[in-house]
Design a protein. Structure first.
Length: 323
C-alpha cells in the first residue's frame, strides 16, 4: 500500500497520469497472438487516440509536452501518434536532428503520461529512403528498447507500390530494429495507402515476432466503404493482426463531407473487430479532418469553440470509449 501511494504521489508531482489509471500500467507490453494485438492479460487492449499532423508544416507547433498532456487528460487518449515528416520540405531528409528532437519530445511525454506512442516514419516513398530510415529507427530502438509504451510504425502509407517492394523494405527495417529492441511491437504498411491488407495477408512478413499491420480509412470517402471493409475482413480472417494507425472523419484528401452515419458504421466495425485506432489529426488547418479550428493555441487547453466538428466528435468518442 505504501509503495502504491508513493507512486501515485510521484505521478501527481511530475504531472503524470495516476499509476492506477494509466493505459500502459493496465495493459503492459503489447504482443501479437494470431490475428490480434493483445495486452499482458492476453486480451486486445483497444487503444484509442489521436495522431499529430505532419511535423513539417503548421501542425508542428503542437509537438510539445503541453499538447500531449491535454490529449491524455482532457481527450482521454490512450495512444498518440508522432508523424515525423520525411519529405518534401524541412523533413527528416533535410533536417534530421530537428525532426528527431520533435519526435523525442512527444515520445518522452507520452511515456511520462503512461500512454502508448507510435513513432511514425511519415513517408509515401520509404523504399527510396532505406538508409535514412534504418539510421532513424536504429537510434530510436537503442533509446527506447523494452519501453512498453513505444510502437514503431516503419512506413506510413506506401502509395501504388508493389507488396514485394513494401515487404522487402519492411524486412530490412524490422531486422535493423531487432538488433537493438527484440520485443516491442512493429507496424508494417501495405500498398495503396495502407488499404491492401488482404494482399499483405496472402504473403506476410515471416521470421520475426510481434509484427502487426496498419490499416487506414477515411470514413466518408466514397472509395472507403463496404469494399474496403471487406478487404480488411478478409485479411483478419487470413490471420493478419491489424491496427488502425490513421483514419479520418472526412475523405482521404483531408476534406469532404463529415457524414455521421458513415462514421458510425466504421466505428461499429472497428469495435466489433476490437481494433485499436488513431484519428487524424491535430492541426488547425481549415479541413474536415482537422481537430482544431484555425488559430487554436499551440499548448492545448482548447475550448469547445476552438474544436472543429471533427474535434468535438472525436473528443466525445474518446471520452466515452476510453473509460
Amino acid at each position: 500500500m505504501k509503495i502504491k501511494a508513493l507512486l501515485v504521489l510521484i505521478g501527481l508531482v511530475t504531472g503524470t497520469v495516476s499509476f492506477a489509471q494509466n493505459p500502459v500500467a493496465i495493459n503492459g507490453a503489447l504482443t501479437v497472438r494470431g490475428n490480434k494485438i493483445i495486452n499482458k492479460n492476453g486480451v486486445p487492449p483497444q487503444l484509442r487516440g489521436i495522431s499529430l499532423s505532419w511535423s513539417l508544416w503548421g501542425g508542428k507547433k503542437y509537438y510539445n509536452p503541453a499538447v500531449i498532456d491535454w490529449l491524455v487528460s482532457d481527450f482521454k487518449a490512450s495512444i498518440i501518434r508522432a508523424s515525423m515528416g520525411v519529405q518534401p520540405d524541412h523533413g527528416y531528409l533535410q533536417e534530421p536532428e530537428r525532426q528527431k528532437k520533435m519526435i523525442i519530445t512527444v515520445v518522452d511525454e507520452a511515456i511520462k503520461q503512461g500512454v502508448y506512442v507510435l513513432i511514425d516514419w511519415h513517408d509515401h516513398n520509404g523504399h527510396l529512403h532505406i538508409p535514412q530510415s534504418k539510421a532513424f529507427f536504429a537510434e530510436m530502438a537503442k533509446k527506447y528498447k523494452g519501453v512498453p509504451n513505444v510502437i514503431y510504425e516503419i512506413w506510413n502509407e506506401p502509395e501504388r507500390i508493389s507488396w514485394d517492394t513494401v515487404k522487402n523494405y519492411s524486412v530490412q527495417l524490422i531486422a535493423e530494429i531487432r538488433k537493438y529492441d527484440p520485443d516491442n511491437l512493429i507496424v508494417v504498411g501495405s500498398p495503396k495507402w495502407d488499404q491492401d491488407v488482404d494482399v499483405a495477408a496472402a504473403s506476410p512478413v515471416t521470421g520475426f515476432k510481434n509484427i502487426a499491420y496498419s490499416f487506414h480509412f477515411y470514413a466518408t470517402d466514397p472509395n472507403h466503404q463496404d469494399g474496403l471493409r471487406a478487404k480488411a475482413d478478409k485479411a483478419i480472417k487470413m490471420g493478419l493482426p491489424l491496427i488502425v494507425t490513421e483514419w479520418g472523419v472526412g475523405e482521404s484528401n483531408g476534406d469532404g463531407k463529415f457524414d455521421l452515419a458513415k462514421n458510425k458504421k466504421w466505428m461499429d466495425w472497428v469495435e466489433k473487430n476490437q481494433l485499436s485506432w488513431v484519428n487524424w489529426n491535430i492541426t488547425d488547418k481549415k479541413e474536415t479532418t482537422a481537430i482544431l479550428r484555425p488559430g487554436a493555441p499551440g499548448k492545448g487547453g482548447w475550448t469547445a469553440n476552438q474544436l472543429t466538428p471533427a474535434g468535438s466528435y472525436i473528443r466525445e468518442q474518446l471520452r466515452s470509449l476510453n473509460k
